[in-house]
Design a protein around this ligand. Structure first.
Ligand code: ATP
Length: 308
């Protein structure tokens, strides 16, 4: 058991983009079968867990006004779940600092949950291993396991059945962020509405995995795909301009991340990414344009939090 003077545990967990997102027909359960390739990016969330009586939460940073701070918050739910399964009575004051856009299709809330699980496990000395944390994470949301494992992975099932994917080298992405988010359930409902025929069972293209293995950004660019693109554009027509401007900005390829509205444009290297970002900023189609690298590691404990 840690002493009450423990200064706290600081965990960083990555946001993700989807290099491919193939979506099948809606199941009677309401979920859609997915075949996706996740890549964790250097835009990440920070969670500090400090000893306290009971559980509490503060949220600061990008889009924090849009984040619930009640019991529906994914970081709080993660801490609560860990308490329940381990039976610990220890408490924590959680401080979430957001960098990943809220409802941006980059699974920021899932990253907060992953970070809170790991931070509380360390703080409370409950000693779960990575596999156990991943299993708990899956109970909180389909994207939580990937925020724990990071790097590059193929997601099957509802995106939660992960297999790590071999990826060589570093990829340079330009992200076009919007102020306004898109609700994932609404985008899937629009996907259903726009369908004429039953879509085939979703599969990840072998060519994309081969491109990652070879570390070939040109080849990867040719395989970027997101079946939710038309649905997201239907709900947010301005996204069409973002996608067109990203293509015109000289990127190797562009793709909508998850259910959007974040658009990721692939560049050749850091210098190319900086120039694509500059062109995109001048096009004034995004609230913010950021350059990130990938793949990034999964949730990890950073240097000890200094005592005040
Ligand atoms: P998805 O994982 O469905 O792709 P997303 O990346 O588009 O989601 P998130 O930012 O993860 O979007 O959050 C989606 C919604 O979850 C938010 O609109 C918010 O209401 C709720 N939410 C709960 N906890 C959090 C959290 N810690 N951070 C952000 N949003 C949260």
């Amino acid at each position: 058991m840690r002493t009450p003077e423990h200064p706290g545990v600081h965990v960083r967990a990555p946001g993700k983009i989807n290099l491919a997102l193939r979506v099948g027909a809606r199941e009677p359960s309401g979920y859609h079968p997915l075949a996706t390739v996740f890549q964790a990016v250097s835009l990440s969330e920070d969670v500090v867990a400090r000893p306290a009586e009971g559980l509490s939460l503060t949220v600061e940073g990008r889009g924090c006004d849009l984040v619930p701070v009640d019991g529906t918050n994914l970081a709080l739910r993660a801490a609560e779940l860990l308490r329940t399964v381990t039976g610990t009575t220890a408490g924590a004051a959680l401080q979430v600092t957001k960098h990943v856009p809220v409802a941006g299709g980059m699974a920021g809330g899932s990253a907060d949950a992953a970070a809170a699980l790991l931070a509380c496990d360390q703080l409370w000395g409950t000693g779960l291993d990575r596999r156990e944390l991943v299993e708990l994470g899956a109970e909180l949301g389909a994207d939580v396991p990937f925020a724990l494992t990071g790097l590059t992975a193929v997601g099957a099932g509802h995106g939660d059945v992960l297999t790590s994917a071999m990826s060589r080298g570093t990829y340079h992405w330009v992200l076009a962020l919007q102020d306004e988010g898109l609700s994932t359930p609404r985008v899937f409902a629009a996907f259903d509405d726009l369908l004429d025929d039953e879509p085939p069972a979703p599969e990840v293209d072998e060519g994309l995995l081969a491109a990652l293995l070879a570390g070939d950004p040109h080849e990867l660019a040719r395989h970027l795909v997101n079946d939710l693109t038309d649905a997201a554009v239907d709900l947010m027509p301005a996204l069409d301009d973002v996608l067109a401007a990203s293509a015109r900005a000289g990127a190797l390829g562009t793709v909508l991340s998850g259910s959007g509205p974040t658009v990721a444009a692939l560049a050749l290297d850091a210098e190319h990414a900086a120039s694509v970002a500059e062109v995109l900023r001048r096009a004034e189609v995004a609230a913010e344009v950021l350059v990130v690298t990938a793949p990034a590691p999964g949730a990890r404990v950073l240097e000890p939090v200094r005592a005040p």
